[in-house]
Design a protein around this ligand. Sequence first.
Ligand code: 9MG
Length: 278
Amino acid sequence: MTATFLQCPKTRLDLSTPHVMGILNVTPDSFSDGGKFFNPTDALKQVEQMVADGATIIDVGGESTRPGAQDVSLEDELNRVVPVIKAIKQHFDVLVSVDTSKAQVMEQSILAGADIINDVRALQNEGCVEVLAKYPKVPVCLMHMQGLPRTMQDNPQYQDVVTDIMAFFQQRIEVLNSAGISSSRIMLDPGFGFGKTLAQNYELLARLSEFEALGLPLLIGISRKSMIGNLLNREVNQRLAGSLAAAMLSVQQGAKIIRVHDVPQTVDVLKVLAAVQQ
Ligand code: 9MG
């Protein structure tokens, strides 16, 4: 049975109903909204809107993870995310996750008030497991990625996309458990678009319910991604309908947190689904 709540530093997140995580990229170059919320005032306005629209988590990211993205220095990433996390926690009653793969950014973000760590590299970078082990109330999302953002779409290969990702998760869960990080703090994310072909992404979406066997909450990010654009032949700003369909299919198969750009529309879709499921 998958856990029905997630313990965060100051609250318990009830997972009996799905949550919408609003994306806040404080980067100049993210694929969909790069540069839009780089200025802290614009960032806070966007947070206010996402919270009003029903987001219960805001995912703050200071490094673009789109295919081909350039690395960001530690100093730049800290300067981007830490003041924004502090300001969000000061002004809004909302959970904040930080999307980072750097141990120092994780630690400074936690000290600034971040509730959740979201790592597309699943805590594989040096020092990350140790930082999480030091803060026993902070949960973490481990995402699967084959390769690295700059080259991950070159020629992704799997024997079986679901089985291979499950094996990766099992291995990472063991590493974290051995370091003292209990499974009750771990969420999993198969990493749509991160080292996967179009066919592999849709196979993953079709078979998402198989991850329930691991018994940990699933977080899903498909919003406006290329797997929508390439299937439908749509530019980034025309991918709403495809993203909503993917969100609904994910929640129907057990996903607990949906990471999105379009908060109010996703909240509506999940309300319709909940009405049917009741
Ligand atoms: C930061 N980021 C970009 N895409 C993502 C996804 O699909 N999942 C998670 N957890 N983080 C993501």
